[in-house]
Design a protein around this ligand. Sequence first.
Ligand SMILES: *Cc1c(COP(=O)(O)O)cnc(C)c1O
Length: 430
Amino acid sequence: MKLPRHLAIQNGHLYINGQDCVALAEKYGTPLYVTSEDRVVEQFENYKKALGARYPKVQVLYAAKANGNLALLRALAQRGAGADVFSSGELHLALDAGMEPGRLLFNGSSKTPGDLKLAVEKSIRVTVDSLDELHQLDAAAKAAGKTTEISFRVNPALTVPTHPKIATGLATSKFGIPHKDIPGAYREALGCKNIMPVGLHCHIGSQILDIEPFARATEVMVRIAKDLTSMGIQLKFIDLGGGLGIPYRHDTDPYLTPEDYAARVVPIFKEGIEACGITPELWVEPGRSLVADSTVLLTRVNSVKSAHKRFANVDAGFNLLIRPAMYDAYHEVIAANKADSEPTTDYTVTGPICESGDLLATERKLPELAAGDIIAVLDAGAYGFAMSSQYNSRPRCPEVLIRGSDVALMRRGETLSDITATMERPPWQK
Ligand SMILES: *Cc1c(COP(=O)(O)O)cnc(C)c1O
């Protein structure tokens, strides 16, 4: 199996960023998320370099929902990253991590009055998803005596080759404003005293392994930019969203780099804005492609069983990694302590959750397994811990971060008292 550069097999063990996964599992226990900070930073720099080489005014906004650990946000903030935030919680995290307010964008299709008020107070730009929201935001800005800068989210009505649950730019999607209604929305915004429309936003979906949909979306965006410019709107930024996929199937999926993305998209962007006579910033919002391959989930085999299939029952399930259950997602798995043993046997790797859908990997060739072996689930850095739960009253596992030869916890494991900490005893039970 092809491995990215920060993963290696040495003396029969899987290593991440120079650290032995088996030793990490011993030291911190399992299940355990392990992330290479160096890899996340490298991918961020790859985006900046690829886009920046082709156009001078570029902002890379990390999509914080992919992995909201403060340590990662901080590492990115220190290198000048902004963030796409989709909730007040993510906004607080991005600010806590030291990101500049001007590099944040508050996205979302269903914001509360509290979200809008917070964005106004912190002077965060907001991507508005409906005219209703526009007028609520205008009122919130008026109440605070401020002007809030906005973009609208365009629904470009594009079909993209990905799982339907993560295709967000379909005509029927809940996100954004139909592209034909966009000029009207900006006209309405121009009439709002406390709103200043300065940007244009789209995000067509996630785990897209083809550059062409991004090219199509860029064409739609610059076409709209032309209409807006002729209406007198001065666009400060055009945000093309995120969505670049990663090769979860290491040996067969295409590997698209930020360079591939920039080489296809930036020329269309530049030609379009030159036709408008404007020079807005180019923003992108990668999530998955920044963090997915930085992380392995280490999980220990509790037992093996031969039934109608051979099962390896491990200690992590969809409580910690829901992608296989939710999106039929594929993740490569490696026996981390038998990494150069012959893969002889088909195993279905199953979690400890009381649901038959709790499978991490189905019928994969692995070496003969036994209780105590360590399985590494690869590419678990995006929408992994971020979508975890305490289902079945299982405390969430710790997360470890590696930079260079340094290793440290970036989140401690939860305990049973974390599970009960927010539970209240109704007075009639006292
Ligand atoms: C989720 C999301 C992203 C990131 O998508 P990836 O596929 O992880 O790159 C970017 N922008 C918005 C608005 C999002 O909702």
